[in-house]
Write a protein that binds this ligand. Structure first.
Ligand code: ATP
Ligand code: MG
Length: 361
């Protein structure tokens, strides 16, 4: 399998510059997810690698081969789209074989590859059906099969699961992860769904406004977001942000708007106004029975969401600041309750006005 390298690539549509001097390496056999909101440049970047969009400046190398000027057919990558684009009048077998016949591969080799892909995707029983006789998930598997039979150096997926219902998305996601483990193939997977990114990726490339905000393993971007944008985009529900006054760098109590003070170790360049970021699972509801070791602040509960294994409490501090806290699945809290909240001091981030992240523990 092949590594993919983008070096200082740029792209404009007419006078509008979309991607500027972007560099990125995907290692051989790695599954990298491009994650970002709509319009962040995910598809453009993927299509530039596939050869479906031109690269204005910079270089693209796939498996050691310079590719930026090669037509798509010579790049040895296979792309799978959101809309499966299957030929409706052909059977599953014919759909998978079509591209191989076009390049003149001998029939025994085509049959072998189709059989192998069908086995891998557990589609042997479906080979003689037409796309209209398949479910959405099965159609998407045919589209993946069509990519597999090409034996490409890399697979490029653009939101391949977004037409599937929730349960099928989860199942197909797991199948894709297993397929990646079995094939050890280089894969780039585009999605705006952070759960898909977290569960599938070896590394996530977080894109915002066509720029890379952060590259890291799923837990890296989750635990150590490089910016407020990354912190708010990863995790569901998103991170809480609370304005605080930081007196000075180092260990010191920061003060929230309701007067509550929390001792943290802030790696900021100087004191001032920051936003304190903390995920809901690190804000806990303290019940009367608990011997409160950590400092707590008072809040009122406005909405309770029971998710089964945990309960989310949408709370309001005395100054009106909204914050989401987490309690156990069997929590007895109800909307209207007054509760006390504790903050896990090891899970705190600070963000300056520009959104830059600083460690705080
Ligand atoms: N053909 C085009 N002409 C002009 N601008 C374009 C063209 N295609 C894309 N863009 C712009 O490039 C930027 C990136 O678009 P892109 O399609 O890569 O986003 P995306 O992250 O894939 O979004 P989505 O999640 O909605 O698919 C957007 O600002 C978009 O408006
Ligand atoms: Mg897109």
């Amino acid at each position: 399998m092949a590594a993919i390298q983008l070096e200082n690539v740029s792209k404009s549509y007419g006078a509008v510059s979309v991607i500027e001097n972007l560099s990125l390496t995907v290692d051989a056999g790695e599954l990298v997810v491009f994650l970002g909101p709509s319009g962040s440049g995910k598809s453009t970047l993927l299509r530039m690698i596939a050869g479906l969009e031109t690269i204005d400046r910079g270089s693209l190398t796939i498996g050691g081969l310079r590719c930026e000027s090669l037509p798509p057919g010579q790049r040895n990558v296979a792309m799978v789209f959101q809309n499966y684009a299957l030929y409706p009048h052909m059977t599953v077998r014919e759909n998978m074989a079509f591209g191989l016949r076009n390049i003149g591969l001998p029939t025994p080799e085509i049959d072998k590859r189709v059989a192998e892909a069908a086995r891998m995707l557990e589609m042997e029983a479906l080979l003689e059906r037409r796309p209209s006789q398949l479910s959405g998930g099965q159609r998407q598997r045919v589209a993946i099969g069509r990519a597999i039979v090409k034996e490409p150096k890399a697979f490029l997926f653009d939101e391949p699961l977004s037409n599937l219902d929730a349960a099928l998305r989860v199942r197909t996601r797991v199948e894709l992860a297993q397929l990646h483990q079995r094939m050890k193939a280089t894969m780039i997977y585009v999605t705006h769904d952070q759960t898909e990114a977290m569960t599938l990726a070896d590394r996530i490339v977080v894109l915002n406004k066509c720029k890379i905000e952060q590259i890291g393993s799923p837990m890296d971007v989750y635990l150590r977001p490089a910016s407020r944008f990354v912190a708010s985009f990863i995790g569901s529900p998103g991170m809480n942000f609370l304005p605080v006054e930081v007196p000075r760098p180092g260990r010191a109590p920061v003060t929230m708007r309701n007067g509550f003070q929390l001792e943290i170790d802030a790696a900021v360049p100087s004191g001032g106004q920051f936003d304190l970021g903390i995920r809901p699972e690190a804000v806990n509801v303290v019940t009367d029975g608990d011997t409160a070791s950590a400092a707590t602040t008072e809040a009122s509960v406005s909405v309770v969401e029971r998710l089964g294994e945990r309960t989310l409490a949408y709370c309001r501090l005395n100054d009106g600041t909204e914050i989401i806290a987490q309690d156990s699945g069997r929590s007895g809290i109800r909307a209207g309750d007054r509760v006390r909240l504790s903050f896990d001091p090891t899970a705190i981030h600070l963000f300056d006005a520009a959104g830059k992240s600083y460690a705080a523990h």
